[in-house]
Design a protein. Structure first.
Length: 136
């Protein structure tokens, strides 16, 4: 059971959030741009690629066509794939859980190229290359 003080604090946090973070007014998937487009209460809008958001990476355009906005205006729900995104996090550039974001950063780092990385790979090759994995 929620205590009255917790209820009051939760309402205060919600009021503070609504005073500084815009809410979603409309949300749709634009097939031409291949982006989710969100119109905000601040008269600004954001758009992002589903490939960059946890839970939407493999979604088809048909699965992205239906987007529900939570009553608070801070949640986006994709019912056809049961995925949810939190608008304040999206506005801060967070498109998934901490673990998911870290894996995406690691993947991008591994795909990056630079002269230093190329030189290191060549030096490693002179030493026989990457050590073979030992049998467990």
């Amino acid at each position: 059971m929620v205590k009255y003080e917790e209820f009051v604090r939760a309402n205060e946090r919600a009021e503070e959030l609504s005073s500084r973070v815009p809410r979603a007014i409309t949300a749709r998937y634009d097939r031409r741009l291949r982006r989710v487009v969100v119109q905000l209460s601040s008269n600004l809008g954001i758009f992002f690629s589903p490939a960059d958001a946890e839970g939407l990476e493999q979604a088809s355009p048909e699965q992205l066509d239906d987007i529900e906005i939570s009553p608070s205006g801070y949640g986006l729900h994709f019912p056809k794939i049961d995925a949810d995104l939190y608008l304040p996090s999206l506005l801060e550039g967070v498109f998934g859980s901490e673990r998911w974001m870290a894996s995406r950063m690691g993947m991008k780092g591994g795909l990056s190229t630079s002269p230093a990385k190329g030189n290191a790979a060549r030096e490693n090759g002179k030493k026989g290359g990457r050590p073979r994995k030992s049998e467990a």
